[in-house]
Design a protein around this ligand. Structure first.
Ligand SMILES: Nc1ncnc2c1ncn2[C@@H]1O[C@H](COP(=O)(O)OP(=O)(O)OP(=O)(O)O)[C@@H](O)[C@H]1O
Ligand SMILES: [Mg+2]
Length: 253
């Protein structure tokens, strides 16, 4: 039975998709059968693995809609052990559509049940919102990782996210836990970053991942090329940092 981990933060542009793609790809590199679920209408996680929405007949929307089984929609990537349940902008209608569906919170959980035995890890890339899509992801998950970008003081939203996680834990999914917080786009030269890290460690102590992800041009280049960093620049710092976060995840979950 796969361990399911959501990558969530309602704040936009904090590195959710980059973290989801690169943890999934690092798990695959370690020989773990991994499914990356793209739950964002922007479809960035799919594109980041070169799965283009223009070539897709079905996406995760059809799975939530129960028109298709997850196994019918999942695509292989060119990397061994890494498959993707892709999204396209059709998912933008899902927040509204889900409200009128039965069992609207558990659609993803129930769909993933079908494939959970075929994978060791399922990593879910959430959209930048705390709506029904993110709630579906949390209701399906064993753990949640919150990426934060300290440079732009993205710490304010963490309380809202924490309350959503606690709400899901107490109402819908008692196996969910906060796996940890990963600092992304880290730049030690900025005083503001260091102040933010101090306040994060004070508040979340052992929940903070030991490895932080540095800001690097290679990371955004890799995403633009549709390749995980461990394939685009396998010996670079970014690949090493995401591998080390991934090993920490395996220990934590
Ligand atoms: N470590 C990094 N160094 C440099 N650029 C990065 C790094 N991590 C992410 N980026 C870039 O920052 C931008 C935002 O990252 P990403 O798409 O992962 O954020 P997100 O939280 O998923 O955004 P959204 O909320 O829109 O879904 C992207 O252009 C990405 O390539
Ligand atoms: Mg994203």
């Amino acid at each position: 039975m796969a361990k399911i981990v959501s990558i969530a933060n309602q704040k936009g542009g904090v590195g959710k998709t980059t973290t989801a793609i690169n943890i999934a790809a690092s798990l695959a590199k370690l020989g773990k059968k991994t499914l990356l679920v793209d739950l964002d209408p922007q479809g960035n996680a799919s594109m980041g693995c070169k799965i283009l929405s223009s070539n897709l007949e079905h996406t995760v929307y059809d799975v939530l809609d129960q028109d298709c089984k997850a196994s019918e929609v999942i695509r292989a990537t060119k990397y061994s052990n890494l498959n993707v349940l892709p999204a396209s902008n059709s998912l933008a209608g899902a927040e509204l559509a889900l409200q009128n569906m039965d069992n609207s919170i558990f659609r993803l959980r129930d769909a993933l049940n079908e494939v959970a035995d075929s994978y060791e890890y399922v990593i879910i890339d959430c959209p930048p919102a705390l709506g029904l899509l993110t709630t579906n992801a949390l209701a399906a998950s064993d753990g949640v990782i919150i990426p934060v970008q300290c440079e732009i003081f993205s710490l304010q939203g963490l309380n809202d996210l924490n309350s959503t996680i606690k709400h899901v834990m107490s109402h819908y999914n008692d196996k969910l836990s906060l796996t940890g917080i990963v600092v992304t786009m880290f730049n030690a030269r900025l005083i503001l970053t260091n102040a933010a890290i101090d306040s994060l460690s004070a508040k979340f102590s052992d929940k903070l991942f030991g490895t932080m992800i540095s800001r690097s041009v290679k990371m955004s280049e890799a995403q633009a090329h549709g390749e995980p960093i461990c394939e685009y620049d396998p010996n670079g710092k970014g690949a090493q940092e995401y591998m080390s976060v991934t090993k920490e995840l395996i220990d934590r979950i």
